[in-house]
Write a protein that binds this ligand. Structure first.
Ligand SMILES: Cc1cc2nc3c(=O)[nH]c(=O)nc-3n(C[C@H](O)[C@H](O)[C@H](O)COP(=O)(O)OP(=O)(O)OC[C@H]3O[C@@H](n4cnc5c(N)ncnc54)[C@H](O)[C@@H]3O)c2cc1C
Length: 499
């Protein structure tokens, strides 16, 4: 579906709109809020000032920053849609949910400002009532706040989270490798840190997986401690130091809000405004720096530019052929920044029935397919939708199963939290980002132990006339939509200064 031809996407959108507006609308269909832009048609220009690679949020924002400054800029995108890791899904019975990036929260100022510019409203994630915790040792309990009050875990969780916040507060978000303990922290995994500092390390480690699996698509043993601390430090802005709770919470945290018509409405509206500055179906195969310029060879032809901004995820940077070859440090960095493994599994119900039982739809389970669950109903609450993030080790167990087997496991997880009504959804939809050719996983690329101090400093260093954007290059909210926007703004400023 993601890479469907433009005609299919347009048809789906137009029919969706017609369903709402009735037959009269079929004669003169209104443009749906998230109809894909067509982008530039015909031949690409032979020469521009700047080529931007990738029309995710980062690439589009970089293009916008340059176009508004009067620079002749062209954004070339491999897919036949914009938004990258941000993708709307239209439910059969009406309503929009997201298959990729969805939530925003306090201090995510740049994505919030962009959405406001295009009139894309947000709504509060449903958060009335209790959350649910299901433990294979202590059973099911309802709770409020950040951490489930499991007596076997709570003391360790309190100590660890306080330490993580304290260590993160010492980190310079633009140079985590400069911290005096950086090398020691980088050599250690988050899992090892938990084992060294917790009494019931397997219990609290298991709980922390319900944060790392959706948050990184990875487990604590796969993540560099330094990288994890930096990620927490990045969960803020220039005025507010990052904290674990701002990263992990719904109330006052990164999961506070969603977009009324789906997050992809933001990049779509931006791309529509950019018009001919965006070319779809133009995968970049080769980038050649020579004779004082850059040749960008795309599926739709070659464009010569003075400067290039690459805003593609790290694994995709490695798929491009580079002449001259990428500098060793950059190459090593890209090789060490692999994507997490993550899919979203949603069950659709006539109503959000859990709300009647005083539950907010958020749940954590220490086993099974549905380890981290959210209320993913559209703003209207009609229909009701439950979302399970299936990431990291949980993805490795359930991702390779057949869709029917996975559906059964996910619904069983929902039922363990919200009762047997969860076993009978009207619909079940899922999106596996590891299968996306132009993304290869999600939500972000992360540092494994021992890779951030040695290779991380190359993250924003230009390679000749090539500059870097993308959420992984951000210094606040790296890994998030906000980080993508910030990185695009920074890259546009960087390139403007050279022209
Ligand atoms: C399941 C999931 C859940 C998430 N949840 C959240 C959330 O709730 N909140 C949040 O803020 N963030 C979330 N994120 C993360 C967020 O979506 C990303 O951080 C952000 O969208 C990244 O934007 P980007 O522009 O940096 O990269 P991308 O969106 O990956 O854009 C890169 C673009 O480059 C294109 N490209 C790649 N290679 C080439 C090539 N060779 N030539 C041309 N084009 C190319 C790709 O097609 C893509 O369009 C989630 C992500 C996923 C996958």
């Amino acid at each position: 579906m993601t890479d469907a031809p433009l005609t299919d996407l347009s048809r789906r959108s137009v029919l969706g709109a017609a369903g709402v507006a009735g037959l009269a609308a079929l004669a003169v269909p209104a443009t749906p809020a998230d109809a894909q832009p067509l982008g530039r048609q015909g031949r690409l220009p032979k020469r521009v000032d700047v080529v931007v690679v990738g029309a995710g949020l980062a690439g589009l924002v970089a293009t916008d920053g340059l176009a508004r400054a009067g620079v002749d800029v062209l954004c070339v995108e491999a897919r036949r849609r914009v938004g990258g890791r941000v993708l709307n899904h239209h439910l059969d019975g009406g309503g929009v949910i997201e298959s990729g990036g969805a939530f925003i929260g306090p201090t995510q100022d740049r994505i919030a400002a962009l959405a406001k510019r295009f009139g894309v409203r947000t709504f509060l994630e449903y958060n009335d009532g209790n959350s649910v915790y299901v433990s294979s040792t202590t059973g099911r309990m309802e709770y409020s706040g950040t951490v489930p009050p499991d007596p076997t875990i709570l003391p360790d969780a309190a100590t660890l989270l306080t330490r993580i916040d304290q260590m993160a507060s010492e980190i310079d978000v633009s140079a985590p490798w400069a911290h005096p303990s950086a090398r020691d922290w980088d050599a250690m995994s988050l899992g090892e840190f938990i084992r060294r500092n917790a009494v019931n390390s397997s219990g609290v480690g298991n709980l922390i997986k319900s944060w790392t699996q959706p948050g990184f698509g990875a487990d604590p043993d796969e993540l560099s401690l330094l990288y994890t601390l930096w990620y927490v430090a990045c969960s803020g802005n220039e005025e507010n130091v990052g904290t674990f709770s701002r990263n992990s919470d719904t109330a006052d945290g990164a999961q506070e809000r969603r977009f009324v018509k789906g997050s992809q409405t933001v990049p779509i509206r931006l791309a529509r405004e950019l018009g001919d500055h965006v070319a779809l179906g133009a995968a970049v195969r080769t980038i050649e720096q020579r004779h004082g310029g850059v040749l960008v060879h795309t599926r739709r032809g070659t464009v010569r530019a003075k400067r290039v901004i690459v805003a593609a995820p790290p694994p995709l940077v490695l798929d491009i052929e580079w002449y001259p070859r990428l500098p060793t440090r950059r190459l090593q960095l890209m090789r060490h920044l692999d994507m997490g493994q993550l899919m979203k599994c949603d069950a659709v119900y006539k109503t959000p029935f859990w709300r009647d039982a005083g539950l907010n739809g958020f749940g954590v389970n220490d086993s099974g397919a549905a380890r981290a669950v959210f209320d993913n109903s559209p703003a209207s609450g009609d229909p009701g939708v439950l979302l399970a993030f299936v990431g990291g080790q949980t993805w490795r167990t359930y991702g390779p199963m057949s869709k029917d087997e996975r559906r059964e496991a996910v619904l069983a997880g929902f039922a363990a939290m919200f009762g047997d009504e969860a076993l009978e959804p009207l619909d079940y939809v899922e999106h596996d980002w590891t299968k996306e050719q132009w993304t290869r996983g999600g939500p972000t690329a992360f540092h494994a132990p021992g890779t951030m101090v040695d290779f991380g400093p190359a993250i924003r260093t230009p390679f000749g006339r090539v500059h870097w954007a993308g959420t992984e290059t951000a210094t606040y909210w790296s890994g998030y939509m906000d980080g993508a926007v910030r990185s695009g703004e920074r890259a546009a400023r960087e390139v403007r200064a050279t022209l």
